[in-house]
Design a protein around this ligand. Structure first.
Ligand SMILES: [Zn+2]
Length: 79
């Protein structure tokens, strides 16, 4: 049975949504410093940085990078 136009549109919609919620490591790294500073200041994570939060949960590599960055920022603040 062929897919109806509605089913196709709904499938395409799912793909588009998935892409919007997902960033690669380069995209994550671009916003990583901003994300760490926001976290360190105990501010709410803006929508623009939600993708970074999601990526960090999925990517051990970027999470290491983030933890190192956070540690560095803490040291700077402590001085
Ligand atoms: Zn990553």
């Amino acid at each position: 049975m062929p897919l109806s136009n509605e089913q196709i549109a709904s499938l395409l919609g799912m793909i588009n949504t998935a892409e919007q919620d997902d960033i690669d490591c380069d995209g994550c790294f671009e916003h990583l410093a901003q994300f760490a500073e926001t976290r360190l200041a105990n501010q709410d994570i803006p929508d623009a940085l939600r993708t970074v939060e999601i990526h960090l949960r999925q990517c051990a590599c970027c999470k290491d990078e983030y933890n190192a960055l956070l540690e560095g920022l803490r040291v700077l603040e402590g001085e």
